[in-house]
Design a binder for this molecule. Sequence first.
Ligand code: SAM
Length: 278
Amino acid sequence: MGERRAAPGKVLRITSLANPIVKEIRGLALAKNRRASGRFVAEGLKLVADAADSGWPIRTLVHTAAIGEDDRVAGLAAKTRSRGGDIVVVSPAVLAKITRRDNPQTVIGVFDQKTAPLKAIRPKDDAVWVVLEQARDPGNLGTIVRTVDAVGGAGVILVGDTVDPFSIEAVRATMGSIFNVTLTRSREEEVLSWMAAWPGPIVGTHLAATIDYRRTDYRGPLLLVMGAEQAGLSPALADACRRLVKIPMAGRADSLNLAVATGVMLFEAARHRFPIDD
Ligand code: SAM
């Protein structure tokens, strides 16, 4: 049987700042509206084009008439419509209102949020997952998603009350990797019992650990467990790790920024898992 084609999306032209579609898209800057609608916004041609390339449907593409003349934007608009998404061509004033910036030269994509249930995660041998406890900073979360993507990791498991990965700041910091990395959100108790059945190494990072991060085994399906910016790893999650390691601090700094520490750990793990031939 052939694939069913979506009906082509509509093309709307909006110049009124009070238009309800403009209000709705602008409203996605607020967490409560993202929660209620299950949608989010990504800004910039690269991010939105990355989403389309990875098959993440664009519900609405917003751009000005001038930017629509760019071949890449026109191609993206054609792709969006053919997959059933709408195009909203707005005046520069409307785009400025949506983006909350003066004279933005950009496109906006509106997308459905996607997260995977924890129980759908299958431990594959070459997969790395970052387990992230209560991260608070959208820039850190976005950078971690981007870094997981950069090492070919599978995804990020968000534990407890983390910052929203679909906030504009977090999405921006992923630089498009949000469309290529699986995200899971779960309560701590759920993650703890799920971790107990994990068949590979579970390496936690802790400032009080005595094992140097370069001296542990990262091979097999790997969970890398990172603590919160202020509080660090909770005792319950630290207990669930099979190894706790520390990145030695040589100077006066007592810890690294969370995203930097995650990057150091992911690349160290990659070095052990995929050694290069001399
Ligand atoms: N005050 C917190 C504490 O006592 O853990 C500092 C948290 S640190 C800013 C945030 C997270 O980054 C930590 O929970 C840990 O996962 C990781 N991290 C930062 N520096 C680290 C280091 N030197 N060794 C191991 N993990 C580190």
